[in-house]
Design a protein around this ligand. Sequence first.
Ligand code: ADP
Ligand code: DP6
Ligand code: CO
Length: 324
Amino acid sequence: MHKGNARAFTNIALIKYWGKKDETLILPMNNSLSLTLDAFYTETEVIFDESYTKDIFYLDNQLQEEKATMKISQFLNLVRELAGTSCYAKVTSKNFVPTAAGLASSASGLAALAAACNQALDLQLSDKDLSRLARRGSGSACRSIFGGFVEWEQGNDDLTSFAHKLSSDNWENELAMLFVLVNDQEKDVSSRDGMRRTVETSSFYSGWLADAPKDLAKAKHAIQEKNFTALGEVAEANCLKMHGTTLAATPPFTYWSSDSLKAMQAVRQLRSTGIDCYFTMDAGPNVKVLVEKKNIPHVKAYLETLFDSAQLVTAYAGPGIEIL
Ligand code: ADP
Ligand code: DP6
Ligand code: CO
């Protein structure tokens, strides 16, 4: 019996990954940049055992049906290939984050699974190779191997596409993200399907792609300079451009709900009163507000006038994967 147990935290992209140039290898169309957070995470245990006759997947104490288990098996096949084994596995995972709601459960989920497999089968993968492995499960997961600010280099093949930590003089420890949880239910269009449909059909996609490298350069520069306003402005603009692409897809779709717009408007209102804060959103209706720690009380107090306090979660910069 070979057992591994790991924790990985979610990450929220400030410069988004949105579109693949290779669906099988999960190679992205552009580099992305994220902040790993401490408030939402996944813990996953994996056991490989000769006596198992198939892969089994428990998520949040529920035995998963065939489709969800198939996804896990596909990932485990990559691991089995690396380890030179044909052993089936039992995966037991717990999400301390709503699943498939646009809060990056696939990032923490697949990073935790990759790290647990690395330990179970004693693969001794470097962080870079672990990032490459996690990428094959979900693109954004390659960034959750690392803590703090992280960049995913798109690369041009399996070997060259991986994430790495950005040096930042620990500036991320002065920042926070306030989550406005407007809906924690499973979204209608998964990240995978949403980005595929956008790449294939949206005439706005070329605009997104043309701007992505410029946005990335601005974000990296802002981090180097510890310029909060510059980082927030480019993150918010990049998020709006990403979400804009979905409106021109066929069939068109949006991840926004009326409460998403309400939260975005609240952020604009706070800025108009001199409080520097910016929003970003992933593939889902939930809004994340980037803020300097010193402004948390003010931003939170205002958001509490508009939303239930149970809907507001404060997250700080989080660490990379942890072996349990
Ligand atoms: P999210 O915004 O939550 O990342 P995605 O559409 O990107 O949503 O991915 C959701 C999918 O990620 C789930 O349907 C499941 O396949 C996978 N996933 C989520 N959590 C886990 C987990 N703990 N272990 C394995 N896979 C997971
Ligand atoms: C909008 O990594 O969840 O959150 O690679 O298909 O599993 P797959 O998709 P995923 O996509 C994340 C998209 C995003 C932006 C981001 O996290 O960079
Ligand atoms: Co995801």
